[in-house]
Design a protein around this ligand. Structure first.
Ligand code: AMP
Length: 104
């Protein structure tokens, strides 16, 4: 998606420090962290929001959780929150699915 900031990060058009990447997702630090460690786990596939995923995308969402669990362990978090904001009324500001991992 030409206008999507996360697609631009994934495509290397906006500089960012990607700390993990595989064939399905990338991970980078949130620019405005709300916890000691605040990562965004972002699928390479552009999907606007979690309420718009199709049946075929559920394994992708499970993969995001798997990556979040691994990185939470690697980063030495004691506990962490996993969060999808869904819709602008819930605080979603970037309309490309992303899982927040906020670790303590
Ligand atoms: P949400 O409110 O769920 O849409 O979360 C979007 C998150 O993306 C916010 O926590 C922002 O701080 C973060 N964010 C926006 N632009 C960037 C960027 N260029 N690099 C890293 N994080 C970003």
């Amino acid at each position: 998606m030409a206008d999507c900031i996360f697609c631009k990060i994934i495509g290397g058009k906006i500089p960012s420090k990607i700390i993990y990447e595989d064939e399905r997702c990338v991970v980078f630090h949130d620019i405005n962290p709300k916890s000691r460690i605040h990562l965004l786990i972002v699928p390479k596939k552009h999907i606007e929001t979690v309420s718009k995923v199709t049946e075929e995308d559920y394994p992708l969402l499970a993969h995001l959780i798997k990556v979040a669990n691994k990185l939470a362990k690697d980063e030495g978090t004691k506990g962490y929150q996993l969060l999808f904001n869904v819709g602008k009324e819930a605080g979603q500001i970037v309309f490309h699915v992303h899982l927040h991992m906020m670790g303590r």
